[in-house]
Design a protein around this ligand. Structure first.
Ligand code: APR
Length: 239
């Protein structure tokens, strides 16, 4: 029998229990670092050394982090379902937990690229623990400054189409740990077909686009994903 397709949209809350602060909660990353300085092309142009240092710091944090129970449970659900994770997160914790189909909407922290042509595949390089600290002034294969392979505010989201195709073929859709403040990612909810069940896992209230019926699991990701898995398994067993 064909497996049901679960598409999950994850945000910073997914990785909170792995030790990453979210962006917009109290004490979140954007409270401590001005977003215009570290996550825009203008910020990069103004001070590439500072931006390089900021992402080096995030990489150090990522190398020390581990996937949490939520990431692991989602990966484990691949044995029952066809699971696609669409994530706004730039960490690689879904992959490290074992998820095999992950779309990164906002890029990947462990990759660097050309600042002249960020999407030129010839200049995209994956870093490992030994070269995660990018030296200030390092250059890409085309001679331009090496920049993080991150989609900054004001830049196009190249993986959006691929993500939308996944969402519109979902049999179940789940939203985990995102405030749904950032578009176009938040607009993906609109691609869910009518009648497809939508679940939302978050310890805090999140406002969904109107008219979208949703089952709210008011919990942190580690426990919430387990509750989602149990709910979906119960439904499968129903005659
Ligand atoms: N488990 C689940 N959700 C949690 C947890 C947790 N342990 N802790 C916090 N959350 C929830 C918060 O309640 C909030 O709704 O995670 C959400 C985090 O929201 P944001 O900080 O806005 O992060 P996110 O939605 O991922 O941001 C989207 O904005 O700045 C950009 O590019 C950045 O990808 C990011 C995008």
């Amino acid at each position: 029998m064909k497996k049901k397709k679960l598409v999950v949209l994850t945000g910073a809350g997914m990785s909170a229990e792995s030790g990453f602060e979210t962006f917009r909660d109290a004490g979140g990353l954007w409270e401590r670092y001005p977003v215009e300085q570290v996550a825009t092309p203008e910020g990069w142009a103004a001070d590439p050394a500072m931006v390089t240092g900021f992402y080096n710091g995030l990489r150090r944090q990522l190398l020390a982090a581990r996937p949490n129970e939520g990431h692991c449970r989602l990966a484990g659900m691949e044995s029952d379902m066809d699971v696609c994770v669409v994530t706004q997160n730039v960490d690689d914790l879904h992959e490290r937990a074992g998820s095999t189909n992950v779309i990164h909407l906002h890029g990947e922290l462990m990759k660097v690229c050309s600042s002249a042509h960020p999407d030129d595949p010839r200049c995209i390089r994956t870093l490992g623990p030994d070269d995660a600290e990018v030296p200030v002034g390092a250059t890409a294969a085309d001679g331009s400054l090496l920049r993080p392979w991150i989609v900054w505010f004001g830049e196009a989201v190249p993986r959006l189409e691929a993500a939308a195709r996944e969402v519109e073929t979902a049999d179940v859709f789940a939203i985990i740990g995102t405030s749904l403040n950032v578009y176009p990612a938040a607009g993906l909810v609109r691609y869910v077909r009518p009648g497809v069940p939508v679940y939302l896992i978050d310890p805090n209230p999140v406002r969904l686009p109107s008219g979208c019926p949703v089952t709210v699991i008011r919990d942190v990701a580690s426990k919430g994903v387990a509750r989602l898995h149990e709910a979906l398994s119960r439904q499968e067993k129903k005659p």
